[in-house]
Each structure stands twice: as structure tokens, then as C-alpha cells.
Ligand binder design. Structure first.
Ligand code: T5A
Ligand code: NA
Length: 210
């Protein structure tokens, strides 16, 4: 960690999971933790509702607008593409990004509607590949009890069950699965260790991959 700071890059860390699995809570805790260790880190989230595309996504999620399933899928992907070059610059200049949802949510939610999974993956090709995917594992039933779902479009138990199945299809051996039903501090502690290892690996010269 003490090495040549100017040449070391940041890590691209993605947290994924069902709605209410605790991603946002853990992402902000992770950023504070890394900053406390003198590591430059930023919290990012997808969808990024601040852009023009993000506002269309937000309108869709709050049921203020209706869109064809393929169209909204491409908007979610476009929302990642519009942040890609800034993401690359941040990583190359040494900032670690803790990202609340990424391409996996994009594919899992659209595939849960019945769209072809390969079609869903295609627009994600060429985005930066994460150095770490941490999956916050919780059953749809338990997640639905947590603080209650709000009124957003996908916050329904039957649909979340399908999303959970899609995530199972996408999951590969590189993912770190954390039991999200543990107390918030226990989840936090496990994530800290996994993420710190990843950040250290990237500082030691692991190349940024596509
Ligand atoms: N989507 C997203 C797509 O369809 N395609 C895409 O490409 C992308 C990127 C919006 C929706 O868009 C979909 C997925 C989503 O349906 P969002 O804005 O990330 O995505 O959704 P939010 O509603 O902001 O967040 P979530 O519902 O996903 O919740 P989080 O962030 O997982 O959970 P969090 O941290 O807010 O916690 C939820 C509640 O649980 C408690 C918290 O205090 C809070 O009350 N909690 C715990 N309780 C007990 N034990 C723990 N360990 C707890 N951890 C948290
Ligand atoms: Na969230």
C-alpha cells in the first residue's frame, strides 16, 4: 500500500443483490472504511439518475412512464456507457470505485422479464470489467420483509424471485458471496476484508481489464 502511489490504479468494486439486500448501506460504509485507510474511494451507483438518460430510467421505475422492455434495457446500458470514460479516468488516476449495481443487475432484471439472456448481455460488452463482484445473498422473501418495498416497479416478491434465478445463472466462481441476512456490522466486516484485498491487488499492478 505504501508503494508508488502515482502509478497504482484504483479498483472497480461492484456490489450486487436483490432489492433491499443492503447494497447501498454497505457501499457507503465501504467508502468510509477505505477513506479511513487513506485510500481514495468514491461511491457510484447505477442507475445514475442524475443524467438525462437516468431521468428517463427513474420515470420508468416510478411508473411515471411506460417503455418497451428492450428499450428500458438499452437505457440502463446507455447509462453505464455514458459514465464509462469517467470511470476509466478515475480508476487510472488511483481512485477506487465502489459501485452500487452494474451490468449484472442490467442482465438479471431484463432476463427475469423473459428477454433472451445473450441479447441482454450484448450491450454490456466493452464496459470495464469489475475487479470484484460481491453478491449480497438474501432470499426474496426475507428481502421483502426488510423495511417494506416502496412503490418502485420491480419491488414485488414474485418478480424478485425471478431476478434471484437470473442472478444464479449469471453467478460465476469469481464472485464473492456474502450472507446478507447477518447483522449489518457482520456483513460490513466481511466486505471490508474482501474489498481491501482487491484494492491492494490493483495497487500492486493488476491490469485493468475489459
Ligand atoms: N435495475 C438496475 C435494472 O433493472 N437494470 C439495471 O441495469 C440496473 C442498474 C433501481 C432498480 O433498477 C433495477 C434494479 C432496481 O429494481 P436502485 O436504485 O439501486 O435500483 O434500488 P434502491 O431501491 O435504491 O435500492 P435497493 O432496494 O436495491 O436496496 P439496497 O441498496 O440493496 O438496500 P439498502 O442498503 O437500501 O437497505 C434496505 C433496507 O434494509 C436495511 C436498511 O437499513 C434498509 O432499511 N438493511 C438491513 N436490515 C437488517 N440487516 C442487514 N444486514 C441490513 N442491511 C440493510
Ligand atoms: Na439501493
Amino acid at each position: 500500500i505504501e508503494g508508488n502511489k502515482k502509478e497504482s490504479r484504483g479498483a472497480l468494486v461492484v456490489l450486487e443483490g436483490l432489492d433491499r439486500s443492503g447494497k447501498s448501506s454497505q457501499c457507503s460504509r465501504l467508502v468510509s472504511y477505505l477513506e479511513g485507510h487513506g485510500i481514495s474511494a468514491e461511491l457510484w451507483r447505477f442507475p445514475d439518475r442524475t443524467t438525462d438518460v437516468g431521468q428517463m430510467i427513474s420515470a420508468y421505475l416510478t411508473n411515471a412512464s411506460q417503455l418497451d422492455d428492450h428499450t428500458i434495457h438499452l437505457f440502463f446500458s446507455a447509462n453505464r456507457w455514458e459514465k464509462r470514460s469517467l470511470m476509466e479516468t478515475k480508476l487510472k488516476t488511483g481512485t477506487t470505485l465502489i459501485v452500487d449495481r452494474y451490468s449484472y443487475s442490467g442482465v438479471a432484471f431484463s432476463a427475469a422479464k423473459g428477454l433472451d439472456i445473450e441479447w441482454c448481455k450484448a450491450p454490456e460488452i466493452g464496459l470495464l470489467a469489475p475487479d470484484l463482484v460481491a453478491y449480497l445473498d438474501i432470499s426474496p422473501e426475507k428481502a421483502s420483509e426488510r423495511g417494506g418495498y416502496g412503490g418502485e416497479r420491480y419491488e414485488k416478491l414474485d418478480f424478485q424471485k425471478k431476478v434471484a434465478e437470473s442472478f444464479k445463472d449469471l453467478h460465476d466462481a469469481s464472485w464473492k458471496v456474502v450472507d446478507a441476512c447477518q447483522p449489518i456490522e457482520d456483513v460490513e466486516e466481511q466486505l471490508q476484508e474482501i474489498v481491501l484485498n482487491c484494492v491492494t491487488g490493483c495497487q500492486n499492478g493488476k491490469p485493468l481489464s475489459l
